[in-house]
Design a protein around this ligand. Structure first.
Ligand SMILES: O=C(O)c1ccccc1NCC(=O)[C@H](O)[C@H](O)COP(=O)(O)O
Length: 393
């Protein structure tokens, strides 16, 4: 039995508690064993009272210990968020168990507030990913993955493929995205055969492919990555994931990825540094994605970054604006990028030859394109339409 009530909080609501709160009440009955009719309890004998007392004591010890753990986890989650917030990261990590439960009489309740409710789609994806990854890790712990790496297919040179395409065509190297659906656009292609699409992209001159592996929000999957890798397609593969745990990098490599996405809006600097090292250890290329000046400056502050993606889609609001690529490559940032030989990828919202020319003019050597080509009946022709010419050599 679960009851739900709403109440209006005091005007000076503390942080993490919103004005309108929803409180879930659950009777705490599971701590009490039902007393059989006609048992000693029914007669209230001293023995039964004693037994009942000790049962209560046990139950309250259990509550205290369990609550202490939850409060601790909650605090650790808040601490992580504070570190992230100090770097301008607005996406918070999922509180491990949500806020602690409160007990009132025989009820327990959890206050639903902005602390335990995702604020936008990216945060929702990341919170869901947290649960998903912890379940996947239980099924395949890191030592098992490390063993599986021995049978992983060899890594291909992701950046090399982009540079070669750029030199051969004089146009940005294409990372063509194998994507069935997205939160902003819904289903993009009903008849979705990942291998068929990958082959059509390769035929059309794509240098690399990006494969969505998230199931819940993009209807993708690691099986798509694996199938494409085993199909004979030679383009290096980017695992398009929401990485929050280094375990996912190992997992992606076992499924045949050559590169993996790291999103600066989600990962604090230390995580990016650490994950970049893991990628290099495994031979994978990290594509570090930024959305704004602050994220770009953070990433440029990290040694050894070779591939940066500028996403023109704000992942919190879905707004797409390709001038974002130009803005982030202007002035000192553009100069540093050129000096270090960093390859920049223009991502999202590219539909026409004019869009490609615009981001190329801004300084990108590669583009990541999904919607405009995946929606075409023939994705090979979609690539010709996107570039205004045949880019297959
Ligand atoms: O596309 C979304 O709705 C989305 C929502 C939340 C996080 C990420 C999202 N998209 C990932 C991408 O950025 C694109 O798949 C990729 O850049 C290609 O974009 P497009 O060419 O516009 O399909």
């Amino acid at each position: 039995m679960e009851a739900s009530i709403s109440l209006r909080a005091a005007a000076n609501t503390p942080t993490r508690v919103v004005a309108l709160q929803s409180i879930h009440l659950k009777p705490r009955l599971r701590f009490f064993k039902p007393t059989p009719v006609g048992s000693s309890m029914a007669h209230n004998t001293p023995l039964s009272i004693q037994a009942q007392k000790s049962e209560l004591k046990e139950a309250s010890a259990e509550i205290t210990e369990r609550d202490a753990l939850k409060i601790k986890e909650w605090e650790v989650g808040m601490f992580q968020d504070e570190v992230a917030a100090s770097q301008g990261i607005k996406i918070r990590r999922r509180p491990p168990t949500g806020p602690p439960l409160h007990y009132v009489g025989p009820f327990e309740f959890r206050i639903q507030n902005e602390g335990n409710t995702p604020r936008n789609i990216l945060e929702e994806i990341v919170w869901h990913k947290d649960l998903e990854v912890s379940q996947m890790k239980e099924r395949e712990p890191l030592p098992v993955l490390k063993k599986a790496l021995e049978n992983a297919p060899p890594v291909r040179d992701f950046i090399g493929a982009l540079k070669t395409a750029n030199l051969q065509t004089g146009l940005p190297g294409l990372i063509a995205e194998v994507k069935k659906a997205s939160p902003s656009r819904g289903v993009l292609r009903e008849d979705f055969d990942p291998v068929e699409i990958a082959k059509a992209y390769e035929k059309g001159g794509a240098a690399c492919l990006s494969v969505l592996t998230d199931q819940k929000y993009f209807q993708g999957g690691f099986e798509n990555l694996e199938k494409i890798r085993n199909s004979g397609v030679k383009c290096p593969l980017l695992c398009k994931e929401f990485v929050i745990d280094a375990w996912q990098i190992y997992f992606a490599r076992t499924k045949g990825a050559d590169a993996i996405l790291l999103i600066a809006a989600v990962l604090p600097d230390l995580d990016i540094k650490y994950m970049t090292k893991i990628c290099k250890l495994l031979g994978l290329t990290p594509l570090v994605e930024v959305h704004d000046e602050r994220e770009m400056d953070r990433v440029l502050g990290i040694d050894g970054i070779e591939l940066i993606g500028i996403n023109n889609r704000n992942l919190e609001t879905f707004k797409v604006d390709i001038s974002n690529t130009k803005n982030l490559l202007q002035g000192e940032r553009g100069r540093i990028i050129q000096e270090r030989g960093i390859i920049v990828v223009g991502e999202s919202g590219l539909f026409t030859p004019a869009d490609i020319a615009y981001v190329q003019e801004a300084g990108v050597k590669a583009v990541l394109v999904g919607e405009s080509i995946v929606k075409q009946d023939d994705p090979t022709k979609g690539i010709i339409g996107l570039f205004g010419k045949d880019i297959s050599c």
